[in-house]
Design a protein around this ligand. Structure first.
Ligand SMILES: C[S@@+](CC[C@H](N)C(=O)[O-])C[C@H]1O[C@@H](n2cnc3c(N)ncnc32)[C@H](O)[C@@H]1O
Length: 219
């Protein structure tokens, strides 16, 4: 049976863009499934697709999730590596608040604030097996500026990853259409055995995002 599409009327005081957002949320199958399965974001399905295709996670691995709020990726990662309160394997950071998740160490901090981020990494003794970044800056609506902001975040994530990922480890990051630029792409290709760009089905066709997956960091 075909599901009925929910129509949202423009209400007094609600902007047209908010009405469109609400209609899209109410009619999005991934939003529905996320609710049913208890995931905090529809983004959880993007990471599930990435893991199913590229074999990112293995039980017992240590994971860092940059830009983790509201927590969908941390939930998926914790399930897939068997993280638990007695053996916390997943660490997430975000400048926005993120409600606690069982088996995940969540820290409220800005990745670009070197001092507070250094304090966080000081307490983490071993390197990570997987570093994820779904970080996205608050969009201001000016395409070029938004693009530059996300590129700056991805570049910072790449440099951090090259220092803090185990040899053999995996890096996954959200990028926009233009990718990371040829200089960064070449650097990644030199340092990882395999580098691909992937657009999960659960990523909205209207969004210019895709995901960079870099596997097997070389010595
Ligand atoms: C698309 S959301 C992440 C969704 C998440 N993967 C999930 O499944 O719930 C992007 C997040 O990046 C965070 N972010 C952006 N810039 C950041 C920064 N400099 N430091 C930490 N977090 C940042 C935002 O606060 C936002 O919560």
């Amino acid at each position: 049976m075909r599901e009925l599409k929910v129509k949202v009327k423009t209400a007094k005081g609600r902007k047209i863009s908010s009405t469109r957002w609400l209609a899209r949320q109410l009619n999005d199958p991934y939003v529905k499934e996320a609710k049913q399965k208890g995931y905090r974001s529809r983004s959880a399905f993007k990471l599930i697709e990435i893991d199913n295709k590229f074999d990112v996670f293995k039980a017992g691995q240590k994971i860092l999730d940059l830009g983790c709020s509201p927590g969908g990726w941390c939930q998926v990662a914790a399930e897939r590596v068997n993280s638990s309160p007695s053996n916390v394997l997943v660490h997430g950071i975000d400048m926005k608040d993120c409600d606690p998740i069982s088996g995940v160490n969540i820290q409220n901090l800005d990745f670009l604030n070197q001092e507070s981020f250094d304090q966080f990494t000081q307490n983490i003794e071993e390197k990570f097996d997987v570093i994820l970044s779904d970080m996205a800056p608050n969009a201001i609506g000016h395409k070029q500026t938004d693009n530059l902001k996300i590129i700056a975040l991805v570049e910072a994530a790449i440099f951090f990853t090259l220092e803090n990922l185990q040899v053999g480890g995996t890096f996954v990051a959200k990028v926009l259409d233009a990718g990371v630029g040829s200089e960064m792409q070449n650097l990644l290709k030199k340092r990882f055995k395999r580098v691909v760009n992937f657009k999960p089905n659960s990523s909205r066709a209207s969004s210019s995002e895709k995901y960079l997956v870099a596997k097997q960091l070389k010595v």
